[in-house]
Design a protein around this ligand. Sequence first.
Ligand SMILES: *[C@@H]1O[C@H](CO)[C@@H](O)[C@H](O)[C@H]1NC(C)=O
Ligand SMILES: *[C@@H]1O[C@H](CO)[C@@H](O)[C@H](O)[C@H]1NC(C)=O
Length: 367
Amino acid sequence: MKALTGLLLLVFGHGVSSVLHSLHYFYTASSGLTTFPEFVAVGMVDGVQMLHYDSVSKRAVAKQDWMERYAREDRDYLEGQTGGLQGQQQTFKANIGIAKQRFNQTGGAHMFQWMYGCEWDDDDDSTDGYEQFGYDGEDFLSLDLEHLTWVAPVRQAFATKRKWDEDKAILQYKKNYHTKECVDWLKKYLAYGKSTLQRTDRPRVSLLQRSPSSPVVCHATGFYPDRVVVFWRRDGQELHEQVDPGEVLPNHNGTFQVSVDLNLKAVPQEDWGRYECVVQLKGIEDISTPLDPALIRTNGGKSGHTIPIIIGLLVLLLAAAAAVVGVLLYKKRNASDKRHKPDGSDTSSENTEGQNPAPEAQPLTKV
Ligand SMILES: *[C@@H]1O[C@H](CO)[C@@H](O)[C@H](O)[C@H]1NC(C)=O
Ligand SMILES: *[C@@H]1O[C@H](CO)[C@@H](O)[C@H](O)[C@H]1NC(C)=O
């Protein structure tokens, strides 16, 4: 679970000074899972889900007020998305079949994913795009935008790579999509979502301690955006030891939370006054909370901070279920040589010769 939250952080978290905006799409097709729809597609702007489709409802749904407003004004938008995603659903179902064949699998639970999107830095106007496919949590095929080729890290994807590399028209389309079309959509969404996506919600900061020997937790919650910096200071100096920084987690209501533990084992209580927790969020003054025993909330055996963390994790599971494997892929992309990461080829094209679901999908998803 910890790994999972760390991965999500990579999607949601950017560094406090960053002004990087993003549009991500995650498609997940699964087979052999009874608790998960066969196909789920999710669109996210700056880490906020704005579009949802699944094979149960078979409808594309706008997920935020501003997105609903956009959909009302662009009357064909949701119809177009619905049509496109219904098509994708069929394609992805077939993709799983192809992938299973290529991996010599007959049964069991499997997932086939597609994630793509773009980022735009509103400071220097630079952009970046990416596109990749995954099977059962592993990279399967990705687009090398710079060299305009597909990269297959597993031999089961070689056939798809070969086929797709030959389709120069689609590669050219991809290039245009990732450098221009996607970014144009991102800017459009940002304009509609300005009042929420570019808002600042002030954190509430609490000090919590499970038991007298436990670390003191500086817990900040209810903030937006997620680009927060929380740290402990002693005598005005930032501490790097004694401190266990947590990951930024999403709350259920679109805000975020984070905890940073301070280990006080070797610190006599008369020295506590030298410590303070500092929370920094762009657009507000730093919030400083002194380590005053009177301010610490304790709760006997049940610590106060366990509950928000559990809620955070639940939210994580629910809201991000569809994105989870995509996030894994995203992490891998970041972890290795960022823009040159080899990735798989899409099995999707394989299932119906001549049909290239990936390229088709993008026009249909109207990003
Ligand atoms: C799948 O089975 C075929 C034929 O039995 C074999 O040639 C191939 O190497 C197998 N592939 C994998 C991934 O095991
Ligand atoms: C969002 O949820 C967090 C955690 O439950 C809470 O602290 C915060 O006040 C909420 N914010 C809004 C705007 O509802």
